[in-house]
Design a protein around this ligand. Structure first.
Ligand code: 5GP
Ligand code: ZN
Length: 114
């Protein structure tokens, strides 16, 4: 499941270079190009699904994403707290339509988010 027009699929398939900060059988992680926190990592499934709803029916890949988020939180020492965001839909700020989790940490967070 890949989409030839998708930027994140090109990272998964190594058609474009990206510096990985972690990976497992079903997901990869890399630094966001425009970080909104001292730690801002994107965790994406290796399959092309456009959002969390589509990812949710792929149990193995969903679990891969969640396990990699946990691994990153531990390796980046985010024990004081971190935020995981799945922007879903343009009105929520989604701009890349390959499902991805933002993992944000290293600073205090406001609630509610803007
Ligand atoms: P969204 O707005 O869809 O929730 O998140 C997309 C994220 O992808 C944004 O935070 C944006 O900075 C990041 N992004 C867009 N293009 C690239 C890129 O070429 N490389 C990396 N590392 N991140 C990107
Ligand atoms: Zn894709």
């Amino acid at each position: 499941m890949t989409n030839p027009d998708c930027l994140f699929c090109k990272f998964v398939n190594a058609q474009l270079p990206v510096s990985l900060v972690g990976q497992n059988s079903g997901a990869i992680a890399f630094n966001d190009i425009n970080p909104k926190a001292p730690t801002h990592i994107l965790v994406i499934p290796k399959i092309h699904v456009k959002n969390l709803a589509e990812l949710s029916v792929h149990s193995a890949e969903l679990q891969s994403v969640m396990l990699l988020i946990d691994e990153i939180a531990k390796s980046k020492q985010l024990a004081n707290g971190y935020r995981v965001v799945f922007n879903t839909g343009a009105a929520a700020g989604q701009s890349v339509f390959h499902a991805h989790a933002h993992v944000l940490g290293g600073r205090s967070m406001q609630w509610p988010p803007g």
